[in-house]
Design a protein around this ligand. Structure first.
Ligand code: C5P
Length: 223
């Protein structure tokens, strides 16, 4: 494998309701992070996995993942971007392709990991998995009155893993300003083209209680 995967897993998970760090919430009796790491480790390209855990949970996460796959666990930061930067700093020399994958996308298929890695290997600097937007999208003002309708055909919903040539991601994080919600956004700011590949519905981000219920169903029926 020529790929390192960074797994930001240090979020509080407030939108999922009470119950501790999101990556450690149970899905089918196992933490979301265990599901995510197992699927990453099953992708043949993956050589190194670095997890950014909540600072108070680093030892617990190390113990949790030891039977799942060989991983490095580092303390995350206050924002997702800081957690990714901390994980990136812990990648050893070697891998020239770096993927960033949210622990919350626990059911992401190994095939999607491979397709993102393959697109970077084929020469792309930055690659994101995307899905078409199915709902009509409106822009609204502060008073919740519609300002206009956005052309849906030009929009994509963005998932992870996002893949980068290592030097591109390192440069983007070194130059980073205000925290963004994804790593491709940092790379875009550097003027580097970002390419899309087809995403997967199984790569949904488990954010709200409804998502967790859906993921439980998908797990039983073949996720
Ligand atoms: O909050 P959101 O759902 O956008 O978080 C996406 C991912 O980033 C999650 O896997 C979460 O654990 C991670 N995260 C992190 N450090 C933070 C905030 C979020 O690693 N400070």
């Amino acid at each position: 494998g020529d790929v390192a995967v960074l797994v930001p897993a240090a979020g509080a998970g407030v939108r999922l309701g009470p119950g501790g760090p999101k990556a450690l919430r149970l899905l089918g009796g196992e933490p979301l992070l265990v599901h995510a790491v197992r699927r990453l480790a099953a992708a043949p390209s993956v050589h190194t996995i670095v997890v950014a855990a909540p600072a108070a949970e680093v030892t617990a996460v190390r113990d949790l993942l030891a039977p799942v796959a060989p991983v490095t666990v580092v303390p995350g930061g206050a924002e997702r971007q800081a957690s990714v930067a901390a994980a990136l700093a812990a990648v050893p020399a070697g891998p020239e392709i770096v993927l960033v994958h949210d622990a919350a996308r626990a059911l992401t298929p190994s095939d999607l990991v491979e397709s993102v890695a393959a697109a970077v290997r084929a020469g792309r600097d930055a690659v994101i998995p995307v899905l078409p937007v199915v709902d009509t999208i409106k822009e609204v003002g502060v008073d919740e009155v519609v300002l206009g309708t956005v052309d849906r055909s030009a929009l994509r919903a963005v998932q992870t893993p996002q893949g980068f040539r290592r030097a591109v991601l390192t440069a983007a994080h070194a130059a980073a300003g205000d925290p963004l919600t994804d790593d491709a956004g940092l790379v875009e700011k550097q003027g580097v083209p970002v390419s899309c590949v087809p995403g997967s519905e199984y790569a949904l981000k488990i954010t709200r209680p409804f998502d967790l219920a859906l993921a439980e169903h998908l797990l039983v029926t073949g996720g």
